[in-house]
Design a protein around this ligand. Structure first.
Ligand code: SF4
Length: 214
């Protein structure tokens, strides 16, 4: 039988409530002290683990702690410090360009709107939404690789485009739950609903999941 939108919303909320209990203490995974540091850490996390990013950022931020310092950095100096995160040339260019944008267009402060954030070099919707939700607690849905996969398996979206998935999830969940949803889906994707080998037998939401193998 085809699930109605109302039934899907009810099921989605049940899933979230179960995940909230199952992962009670999940917070962000990228270490940071300021909005600027989180923004740079998220740019560095593309195609790289958070653990690896957390290894390079203390030295990077010690040398270039502010948007002003990073904007004035030599690209080769930044490249050396972030080399192990991969795609280091493109990332160095992005974080210097992004820092310049913050200094030149926003008086050295990280902007607080999606519209302004995505205009900065190297900042896409995902990065912008991480900053909005994690730093300023502004409701935002972050569609990373885990959210994309888990949402699809749970039947919350049929889309593959991140902006459309974001829109689908916004329609399914109340705005007050968006930030919590990010953490829970990401944690679930890391711990149990793992790419290519989801552990459905251990999954606390398996009876609510249309893709369950148990
Ligand atoms: S039942 Fe399986 S596919 Fe569904 S959310 Fe749980 S682990 Fe993922």
């Amino acid at each position: 039988m085809v699930e109605t939108e109302v039934e899907k919303k009810k099921r989605a909320l049940k899933v979230l409530r179960i995940l909230e209990k199952y992962y009670p203490h999940v917070t962000g995974f990228l270490q940071h002290d300021t909005a600027f540091h989180l923004l740079i850490a998220v740019i560095l996390s593309a195609q790289c683990t958070d653990e690896r990013v957390n290894k390079v950022t203390p030295t990077l931020f010690k040398k270039f702690p502010t948007p002003q310092a990073m904007a004035a950095a030599k690209q080769t100096d930044v490249e050396k410090l972030i080399y192990s995160t991969g795609f280091y040339k493109a990332k160095a260019k992005s974080i210097i360009g992004c820092s310049k944008g913050i200094v030149e267009k926003h008086g050295g402060k990280v902007p607080k709107t999606l519209e302004d954030l995505v205009k900065l070099p190297g900042v896409g919707r995902k990065t912008a939404n991480v900053v909005l939700s994690h730093v300023w607690n502004i409701p935002a849905i972050v569609v990373d690789t885990h959210v994309k996969r888990v949402s699809s398996l749970l039947g919350f979206t049929k889309n593959t485009d991140p902006a459309k998935i974001e829109h689908d999830l916004m329609g399914l969940f109340p705005q007050k739950d968006w930030n919590e949803l990010n953490f829970k889906l990401i944690q679930h994707g890391r711990k149990i609903c793992i790419a290519r080998r989801p552990q459905c037998g251990e999954c606390p939401v398996s009876r609510l999941c249309p893709s369950s193998q148990v």
